[in-house]
Design a protein around this ligand. Structure first.
Ligand code: ATP
Ligand code: MG
Length: 229
């Protein structure tokens, strides 16, 4: 069961690039309100995934500040920061291990919790059709899982870690209609009452967001609700 969690994210005049003299994120400022869903849209190469790298502190920013609940993330212990944030990447990464371990990441999460979460997110039916179900070895017939199913499993992984902030980089690959519907419902459920930053590619996700940022070449060029943009 999830209660309301704080988890305010603020970017204050953040500038960053991978190569000196080539900024990708330019003086970027925005706020993700606690418990709300912020969607970020923009052309390919705009710097959306880069922003996620910065939030997880995978790179040092050049200037500005990134704050979590008002605290500069550079002052937060890395392990603690990463406990607060769950990141679902564009390209889902699954280990050659059981479905269960891919969900729990070998953390102490009971079978009941895993199955309850799977049911809540709407993936239990799919898992139960697999041979060995939660013990199904992902590697064994790796290709049997579609992109959509892999994404659903990564949502479940993020959900059971019960993060204060959920960061989601929606996959751009084509996803079958059935998974598409499940993904939509799953996104609604895992983001409800939780601060989330979603790099959105689907119209349904954009519509569901509390606020939308439109990014272009490392800057926010528009901001508002879906019907305002
Ligand atoms: P998409 O919609 O295609 O996912 P994006 O908005 O997520 O695009 P980014 O992945 O943030 O875009 O990339 C922004 C720019 O930074 C691009 O020019 C890209 O080539 C560059 N870039 C991204 N990651 C790296 C990296 N690890 N090292 C060097 N350059 C990178
Ligand atoms: Mg990207």
């Amino acid at each position: 069961e999830l209660s309301e969690v704080k988890g305010e994210i603020e970017f204050r005049n953040v500038t960053f690039g991978y190569k000196e003299g080539e900024p990708i994120i330019k003086d970027l400022s925005f706020k993700a309100e606690p418990g709300k869903m912020l969607a970020i849209v923009g052309a390919t190469g705009a710097g959306k995934s880069t922003l996620i790298n910065l939030l997880g502190r995978f790179y040092e920013i050049w200037s500005g500040e990134i704050l979590l609940d008002g605290v500069d993330i550079r002052k937060v212990k890395l392990s603690s920061l990463r406990e607060h944030l769950a990141v679902v990447l564009q390209d889902v990464f699954l280990f050659s291990d059981s479905i269960r371990n891919n969900i729990t990441l070998n953390k102490d999460i009971s079978h009941e919790e895993v199955t309850a979460a799977a049911e809540f997110i709407g993936v239990s039916d799919f898992i139960e059709t697999l041979p060995d179900q939660y013990d199904y070895d992902v590697q064994e017939r790796g290709n049997m899982l579609s992109v959509g199913q892999r994404q659903l499993l990564s949502f479940l992984r993020a959900y059971v870690s019960n993060p204060s902030v959920l960061i989601l980089d929606e996959a751009t690959s084509s996803i079958d209609t059935q998974s598409e519907n499940l993904i939509q419902k799953a996104i609604e459920k895992i983001t409800k009452g939780r601060t989330s930053v979603v790099i959105a590619h689907r119209l349904a996700t954009i519509k569901a967001a509390d606020k939308i940022l439109v990014m272009d070449k490392g800057r926010v060029v528009e901001e508002g609700k879906h019907q305002e943009l």
